[in-house]
Design a protein around this ligand. Structure first.
Ligand code: GTP
Ligand code: MG
Length: 337
């Protein structure tokens, strides 16, 4: 039997329920069902089926609740989307993070943590995963000109949403009400110390998540949140708080780049030469747009840098899979003798 089930055709046994994964720690999956959390294990089918990928936070699963911690997850429902990112060692292998997310709040504080490039990477990744990115510039109480940063972020991609807030002093929080609608799932992403858990506590009005200090020298956090946690609010909204990320790479994220830089893609298609590098070639629509003031040199540079990183990681990933393939071939050949 398959471990992935189509929601529309799914049939359940009498003792089975549909719950949602709220946390994963090692092999223990926590399933949220009717306001309760059930620690559960995966059924053997997940381990037997080589193609099965394990449930992640945000997944809906069919499970058999057991009163004494013996709940068993039998299958998971198909996902609407899956948020993944290249792993930190930049091997290009994708790391699955959370599933079934509507909005991703890209939380960045308005101090040394602020990085235009990093926000652009996050936006690209979120767009690739078919979720809506919303940039939350936090700690505006520490910044003298938050509007400047908000305008800069708005220039990352057409229609990118930006909100300037202070979770600590309750500034700008009402702007977030439009996302807090019943049935919506929001995932928080960002560096350690950016203020993700503080924002969650401010939205719920309770100390749900522990928050931590930041180092004064560089404003980075101390990784207070250590696992992904889905919290169900009374109004039917689910929020997933995540541990801070050290870095975020691009890997093979071509589609996200194309979405984020659709203006440059459009211009490129109008260049006289299809392999135009936008340097000295005549009839270059990209350069013409820069001259008209419709595109900034910085934005073109950012696009180039992220694209180059994308290509580098893709090459690395291909090299690794070739190596794995060769090693398997070698192993099989040797087994014969
Ligand atoms: N001045 C100010 N400080 C804030 C604000 N929001 C959060 N902080 C502080 O920033 C520090 C880190 O906040 P956390 O919410 O723990 O950060 P986090 O993003 O959850 O960090 P990790 O769990 O490590 O990923 C805490 O000392 C908070 O009090 C804000 O709006 N203004
Ligand atoms: Mg936290």
């Amino acid at each position: 039997m398959n471990t992935i089930i189509d929601q529309t055709t799914c049939s359940m046994r009498a003792n089975e329920k549909t719950g949602r994964i709220s946390a994963v720690r090692k092999n223990i999956f926590t399933v949220r069902f009717e306001g309760r959390d059930y620690p559960a294990k995966l059924s053997r089918r997940f381990y037997d089926d080589e193609s099965a990928d394990f449930p992640v936070v945000g997944d809906y699963v069919i499970f058999r609740p057991g009163e004494s911690g013996e709940s068993l997850i039998n299958s998971r429902l198909e996902r609407n989307n899956l948020l993944c990112r290249p792993d930190q060692s930049k091997t290009g292998v994708m790391q699955y993070m959370v599933a079934n997310v509507d909005y991703v709040f890209i939380v960045t504080s308005l101090n040394e943590d602020y990085s235009y490039n990093r926000i652009a990477r996050y936006v690209s990744i979120v767009l690739t995963c078919k979720a809506t990115p919303v940039v939350i510039l936090t700690k505006c109480d520490l910044c003298t000109n938050p509007g400047r940063f908000a305008r800069e972020v708005e220039s990352i991609a057409e229609g990118v949403r930006v909100h300037t807030i202070s979770a600590l002093y309750g500034i700008g929080l009402d702007e977030l009400d439009e996302y807090l609608k019943a049935g919506t799932t929001i995932c928080f992403m960002g560096s350690s110390g950016a203020g993700k858990s503080t924002l969650l506590n401010a939205i719920t009005g309770e100390e749900i998540m522990k928050t931590g200090e930041v180092r004064e020298s560089d404003s980075t956090g101390k990784h207070t949140t250590t696992h992904r946690q889905l919290i169900e609010l009374e109004n039917g909204v689910s929020i997933i708080d995540t541990p801070g990320m050290r870095e975020v790479g691009m890997a093979s994220n071509e589609e996200g780049l194309d979405n984020t830089f659709s203006d440059i893609k459009r211009l490129e298609s109008m260049c006289r030469f299809s392999d135009c590098r936008h340097e000295t070639e005549p009839g270059c629509a990209v350069k013409a747009a820069i001259e008209r003031g419709e595109l900034t040199k910085e934005r073109l540079m950012l696009y180039r840098n992220l694209n180059a990183e994308n290509v580098r990681n893709y090459a690395k990933k291909k090299a690794i899979s070739k190596w794995v393939h060769e090693r398997e071939k070698f192993r099989k050949n040797n087994e014969r003798f």
